[in-house]
Design a protein around this ligand. Structure first.
Ligand code: SF4
Length: 441
């Protein structure tokens, strides 16, 4: 039973010490009641209160973590239906399906490619999260070993046969894998295995009522880390069920369905891309792709990154000096901020023009040029500091720096901060930068 804000307040220290980041214990209690913060943010709450508040403070969707040496994939712990309500926290893990029936050599060839696949998007390296090893012909344990010999990423083990499944699980000492294949017929044996090997369980049943019943039964056996399998045979059904489950968990705080979801995207490449995109946005915690395809992965990884960034914290690129079109020592130095859209607008325009340039990106806390300037995060001091910090002078013979047109007002101050440099004011819009470079530099 969820407690109200006032009921929670009565269990807090009531000292208004502000260590949780809120001005009063009452404000904190209201946030806790709305599931927008965790009880652990209050460092002074008593052990008795922790016990009393455990149910109320538990996230509406349980946090499930898959672990392997050096890796972790987390799903759940979400508190809102829509990203703009606050933020989504744990990006859905993307897993590549590996069929035991393909044999060791073919499995290892795919795992090698997928494991090393990485793309850089706005300064962030994006990669897959793990592999889903599927039984159904072939030697299941040999397939698990074949994957593990190449990649240490977390595993989903898809095998409804508890005996055969254990042959694979026993190879993963010290890991927490996700077992897939638990249903009404085998749940007891699967729950025993999950307990023995610290694994999580994927649950499936024909109706939501039966799923709720099953999660309660499995919880009664001492296994709490569960994941609900949402079938994707029909896209509209997948969307409806995902939404219904999420609403029940978050709005109604219905614990028997308060678990992350898994989607097995199936079909041809076009259909898989649609299913997986839908699962990223609404609301899967784990997504299994039927094969490894860079053409499929890149847009999915970028979509996931965009959905799971905090809307109040814009995506940023790393401050530094970026080389565009192999600049030479006499190429111009352009300056901008580290808001990713600003960076890519200018970088793409200059790159497309074929003109070489050094692009210096200042740390403006992820704001665009005008916003950062107005907020005092992009001033002459910061520009000069960045140019010195990244030792731009050692890369160029022509000390010419071009400021964005929107901050023309800073040119005199930048000149004063950077003795020996010529400062020019460029255009306001990125699209005009190539013409400016051709005509005036
Ligand atoms: Fe109250 Fe705890 Fe927040 Fe301090 S940290 S104001 S005691 S809720």
């Amino acid at each position: 039973m969820a407690l109200s804000g006032i009921q929670i307040y009565k269990l807090l220290p009531q000292t208004n010490c502000k260590e949780c980041g809120f001005p009063t214990c009452l404000a904190f209690a209201m946030k806790l009641a709305a599931k927008q913060i965790e009880l652990s943010a209050c460092p002074t709450v008593s052990e008795e209160s922790k016990v009393a508040l455990a149910e109320s403070s538990a996230p509406p969707i349980r946090l499930v973590t898959l672990k392997s040496p050096g890796y972790e994939v987390k799903a759940g712990n979400e508190t809102v239906l829509f990203r703009h309500d606050k933020t989504f926290y744990n990006k859905p893990g993307l897993f590549i399906n590996i069929k035991a029936s393909d044999g060791v050599a073919a499995i290892q060839a795919v795992v090698k490619q997928a494991d090393s696949y990485s793309v850089n998007y706005v300064g962030i390296d994006l990669a897959i999260d793990g592999f889903a090893v599927e039984a159904g012909g072939g030697d299941f344990a040999a397939a698990v070993k074949a994957v593990r010999d190449i990649s240490k990423r977390p595993l989903v083990l898809i095998n409804p046969d508890p005996k055969d499944l254990e042959n694979g699980l026993s190879l993963l000492a010290g890991e927490s894998a996700l077992i897939s294949g638990t249903d009404l017929s085998n749940w007891e044996a699967m729950a025993d295995l999950a307990k023995k090997y610290q694994a999580s369980l994927t649950i499936s049943a024909p109706t939501l009522d039966e799923i709720a019943d099953l999660t309660e039964k499995i919880k009664g056996k001492g296994v709490e880390d569960m994941v609900i399998h949402i079938p994707c045979d029909r896209l509209n059904h997948h969307l409806a069920q995902s939404t219904q489950l999420r609403r029940l968990a978050i709005k109604a705080n219905y614990r028997p369905l308060g678990y992350p979801y898994i989607t097995f995207a199936e079909g041809d490449l076009a259909r898989v891309s649609i299913v997986a995109a839908q699962a990223i946005t609404k609301y899967s915690g784990f997504i299994v792709l039927p094969s490894f395809s860079p053409a499929l992965l890149y847009p999915l990884l970028v979509l996931r990154e965009n959905i799971y960034t905090d809307p109040q914290k814009p995506i940023q690129v790393q401050p530094g000096i970026y080389e565009i079109n192999s600049p030479k020592p006499d190429s111009p130095v352009l300056v901008t901020t580290n808001f990713s859209i600003t960076y890519f607008s200018i970088a793409n325009e200059v790159e497309g023009s074929g003109l070489p340039a050094w692009l210096v990106v200042c740390d403006a806390e992820g704001m665009s040029v005008l916003t950062a300037w107005a907020a005092g995060k992009f001033d002459s001091e910061r520009i000069a500091k960045t140019i010195k910090e990244f030792d731009v002078a050692s890369k160029v013979t022509k000390k010419l720096v071009v400021l964005p047109g929107h901050v023309a007002v800073l040119s005199g101050e930048v000149e004063a901060e950077l003795p020996g440099w010529e400062v020019r004011v460029g255009p306001r819009e990125a699209v005009d930068v190539p013409a400016f470079m051709k005509q005036t530099l």
